[in-house]
Design a protein. Structure first.
Length: 642
C-alpha cells in the first residue's frame, strides 16, 4: 500500500497554459482528434516498453500481450484510454504532463498574431499531443505505473486544465497508463460505442498493436427463444477494433491513401495531410522497408539547428528510436517517416548508427529515394512541387554543398527568381533557363544581392537586359554559399555577373568590338585620373559596356569572394585578406563625359568619390562615411543650382 501519498499541487509551465488556451479555442471544430493523439501516445508507450524488454524480458512477464484499450461509461460520462506500455514515474509524469520540452516553444507562441491564434493548422502543426484531452474533458485523471516498479509506486495525476495539477502516489495493479477523460457536459456523445469504434477505425487503424474495445455481449437464447439473463460477474472480453498490423509491412496496393495519411499524422504529430509519400521494400544484400513522407508545411523550428529530425527506426518490427538522424542528410531534415531494418541489431545505439556500413548504404539509397520523389513531383505535379519549394526550398539549397555526390540531381530541383519575369517568387528551374538561352550563350548568368529588389535593379544587369540575356536573381542568405558549390549544370557553367570580366564577346560582331576598343583607349586618361583619386579603395578603374543607364558599378575579381559574403563574414568577426573591387564606368554616361572636361580638381575628386559611393550603395553596400557622402552631394547640388 502506498502509505504516504505525498499529494502535491503544481502549476503548469507558462507555455503549457498558453498552448492549452490556444488549443481549446482553435481546435473545437476538430475535437475528435483527442482520441487519435491519446492512442498515438499509448502506442508509443507500448513501443518503448517492447524496446526496453529486449534487454530485460522480465518487464513484459506478468502482462505480455501488448495493447491499448478504450472504455467508456455513459453514466459517469467518461472515456478511458488504457495501455500496458512503459508507464511513467512520478518525476516523468510531472515533467511530461506539466511542461513542453521542445526548444523554441515560447518564441513560437509569442510570435503568433491574433489571427494565427485561431488558426487550427498552425496550432495543430505544433503537435497537440496529450493536452488535446482538454478539448473534450473538463477533468483528466492519469494513473500510471512505470514498467518494472512495484504496484505501490504508481501515481495519479489530475487536472482540470486551467493551470494546475495534483499528483499523488497510489497503488496500481497493472503496468502502464490509464487516462480517464471526464467529458464536458456538451461532449457527452463521445461516451458511445459506435462513435468510439468509428473514430478508432478512422484514425488509428494502422497502429501496429491492437486497439481493443469491449466485445458487445449478446444474451444467449433459451429453448423458447427468450433471452437468458446475462451473467453480470463475467469479466468483460475485449476485441481489437483496428487491423493492428504495422502499415509499412503491408503491400502498397493494399494500403489506401487515407491510411497513409493517418499514419503520417501518427508518426509526425503533424495535423495536416502530407504532400507526398514513398513506400518501399528493399530485398537483397540489405533488407529493409521505408515509408518516407514530405510534409506540406515547414515546421516552425526548421531553422533551428538543434531541430529534432530523422526517421523512426524499427528493427524487425521492434521500435528502436525516434529521430534516427543517420538515415538522411541534414538538408533532408524535413522528411518524416519510418525505416525498418532486418540487418541491424536490436540493441543498436545512435553512436553505432553513425559508423555502420549498412546504415551508410541505406542512407544513400534513402537520399536518392527522396530526390527521386521530388524529381517526379516536379515533373508530374508542378503545382505541388512549387508548394514544396516555397516551404522547403531554402533547406534544399544546403544540398549542393552537403551532398556533392547528388549535386546534379539537386541542381535540377532548384527553383529561382529571374529577370524572365522579375517576380520575387522562385519558379524558374535551370532547365527552363537553359531552354531560353540565346544562341551562342554558354553561361548561366546570376546575380546575388541582399534583397530581391537590390538584385533586380542592379546596374550590373543593364547590358544583359538590353541584349535579352536572362539572369537568375538570388537574394536568400544561403544563395551565395550554395552557388559557391555549384560549378555547372548540364555543361553550362555559372557566372556571377558582378564578378570578373563579363564576357559577352562571342555575341558581339567585329564592328562592335572595334568600336569598344577605341572607346576604351580614348577613356584611358580619364580613368587614370579617377584611379589616382580613389586609389585606396579600388584595385582599378575600367571602362565597361555592362552599363546602359548607370554611370558606374563595382566588380570583384573572378575568383574573389563576393561583396555580400565578405560583409557577412566581416560582421561575424572574421579577418579577411584585403581585396579591393574594380570600379567600372560607363563611357556613354553624361556624368562621365562631364568629368572628362572638368578642370577643377577638387570638383573632379568629389565626382569620382560620388561615383564610387553610389556604386557601393546600389549593390547593397554601406558607406564607411555617409556624412561626407551627403556633404559632397550637397556641395554639387548647390554648385549646379547657382
Ligand atoms: N500513455 C502514455 N504512456 C507513457 N508516457 C506517456 C503517455 N502519454 C504521454 N506520455 C509522455 O508524455 C509526453 C508528452 O506527451 P505529448 O503527447 O504532450 O507530447 P509528445 O507525444 O511527446 O509529442 P506531440 O506533442 O508532438 O504529440 C510523451 O512524450 C511521453 O513521454
Amino acid at each position: 500500500m502506498a502509505t504516504d501519498t505525498q499529494k502535491e499541487t503544481l502549476g503548469f509551465q507558462t507555455e503549457v497554459k498558453q498552448l492549452l488556451h490556444l488549443m481549446i479555442h482553435s481546435l473545437y471544430s476538430n475535437k475528435e482528434i483527442f482520441l487519435r493523439e491519446l492512442i498515438s501516445n499509448a502506442s508509443d508507450a507500448v513501443d518503448k516498453l517492447r524496446f526496453e524488454s529486449v534487454a530485460n524480458a522480465d518487464l513484459l512477464a506478468e502482462d505480455p500481450s501488448l495493447r491499448v484499450r478504450i472504455e467508456f461509461d455513459k453514466e459517469t460520462n467518461t472515456v478511458v484510454i488504457d495501455d500496458n506500455g512503459v508507464g511513467m514515474s512520478r518525476e516523468e509524469a510531472i515533467t511530461n504532463l506539466g511542461t513542453i520540452a521542445k526548444s523554441g516553444t515560447s518564441s513560437f507562441l509569442e510570435q503568433l498574431s491574433g489571427d494565427q491564434k485561431k488558426d487550427s493548422q498552425l496550432i495543430g502543426q505544433f503537435g497537440v499531443g496529450f493536452y488535446s484531452a482538454f478539448i473534450v474533458a473538463d477533468k483528466v485523471t492519469v494513473e500510471t505505473r512505470r514498467a518494472g516498479v512495484a504496484a505501490d509506486q504508481a501515481v495519479r495525476w489530475v487536472s482540470d486544465g486551467s493551470g494546475e495539477f495534483t499528483i499523488e502516489n497510489i497503488d496500481k495493479e497493472t503496468r502502464g497508463t490509464r487516462i480517464t477523460l471526464h467529458l464536458k457536459a456538451d461532449e457527452k456523445d463521445f461516451a458511445d460505442n459506435f462513435r468510439l469504434r468509428h473514430l478508432v477505425t478512422k484514425y488509428s487503424d494502422h497502429i501496429s498493436i491492437p486497439v481493443e474495445m469491449e466485445k458487445p455481449v449478446y444474451p444467449e437464447m433459451d429453448e423458447e427463444g427468450n433471452p437468458k439473463p446475462v451473467d453480470e460477474n463475467k469479466a468483460p472480453e475485449y476485441e481489437a477494433v483496428n487491423s493492428a498490423k504495422a502499415l509499412w509491412t503491408r503491400p502498397r496496393n493494399e494500403v489506401t491513401d487515407e491510411e497513409y495519411q493517418e499514419f503520417y499524422k501518427h508518426i509526425s504529430h503533424d495535423y495536416q495531410e502530407p504532400l507526398k509519400w514513398s513506400h518501399n521494400k528493399v530485398e537483397g544484400k540489405l533488407e529493409y522497408s521505408s515509408l518516407l513522407y514530405i510534409p506540406s508545411k515547414a515546421p516552425y523550428d526548421l531553422w533551428n539547428r538543434d531541430m529534432q529530425r530523422g526517421l523512426k527506426l524499427y528493427v524487425q518490427r521492434v521500435f528502436i528510436m525516434d529521430e534516427a538522424e543517420a538515415f538522411l542528410p541534414p538538408y533532408m531534415r524535413f522528411v518524416k517517416g519510418v525505416v525498418d531494418s532486418n540487418d541491424l541489431s536490436l540493441n543498436v545505439s545512435r553512436e553505432i548508427l553513425q559508423n555502420d556500413h549498412a546504415v551508410d548504404s541505406m542512407r544513400s539509397a534513402l537520399t536518392k529515394r527522396v530526390l527521386d520523389m521530388l524529381g517526379k513531383m516536379a515533373k508530374n505535379e508542378p503545382e505541388d512541387y512549387q508548394k514544396f519549394w516555397d516551404e522547403f526550398g531554402n533547406v534544399i539549397k544546403e544540398g549542393p554543398a552537403d551532398d556533392m555526390g547528388n549535386k546534379d540531381k539537386i541542381a535540377g530541383l532548384l527553383r529561382f527568381s529571374s529577370t524572365h519575369t522579375d517576380a520575387a517568387a522562385q519558379t524558374v528551374s535551370l532547365a527552363d533557363y537553359i531552354e531560353r538561352m540565346q544562341e551562342g550563350q554558354d553561361k548561366i548568368y546570376y546575380i546575388y544581392a541582399e534583397s530581391h529588389n537590390t538584385a533586380k535593379n542592379s546596374p550590373h544587369l543593364e547590358i544583359l537586359r538590353k541584349k535579352g540575356f536572362e539572369v537568375l536573381l538570388l537574394s536568400d542568405r544561403i544563395d551565395e554559399w550554395m552557388m559557391s558549390s555549384l560549378q555547372e549544370f548540364e555543361g553550362k557553367s555559372f557566372q556571377d555577373v558582378t564578378k570578373g570580366k563579363l564576357d559577352l564577346a562571342d555575341q558581339e560582331n567585329e564592328e562592335e568590338k572595334k568600336e569598344k576598343e577605341e572607346k576604351a583607349e580614348k577613356m584611358k586618361p580619364l580613368l587614370d585620373r579617377m584611379k589616382a583619386v580613389l586609389n585606396e579603395k579600388v584595385a582599378g578603374v575600367n571602362s565597361t559596356d555592362r552599363l546602359t543607364n548607370s554611370p558606374a558599378c563595382l566588380v570583384v575579381g573572378e575568383y574573389d569572394m563576393g561583396l555580400q559574403m565578405r560583409r557577412l563574414l566581416e560582421q561575424a568577426g572574421q579577418k579577411l585578406p584585403e581585396s579591393k573591387p574594380t570600379l567600372e564606368v560607363n563611357p556613354d554616361h553624361p556624368i562621365v563625359a562631364k568629368m572628362d572636361t572638368e578642370t577643377d580638381e577638387e570638383r573632379f575628386s568629389d565626382m569620382a568619390w560620388l561615383l564610387f559611393e553610389q556604386a557601393t550603395l546600389s549593390e547593397g553596400g554601406q558607406l564607411e562615411d555617409p556624412a561626407t557622402f551627403v556633404s559632397r552631394m550637397n556641395k554639387l547640388i548647390v554648385q549646379l543650382s547657382k
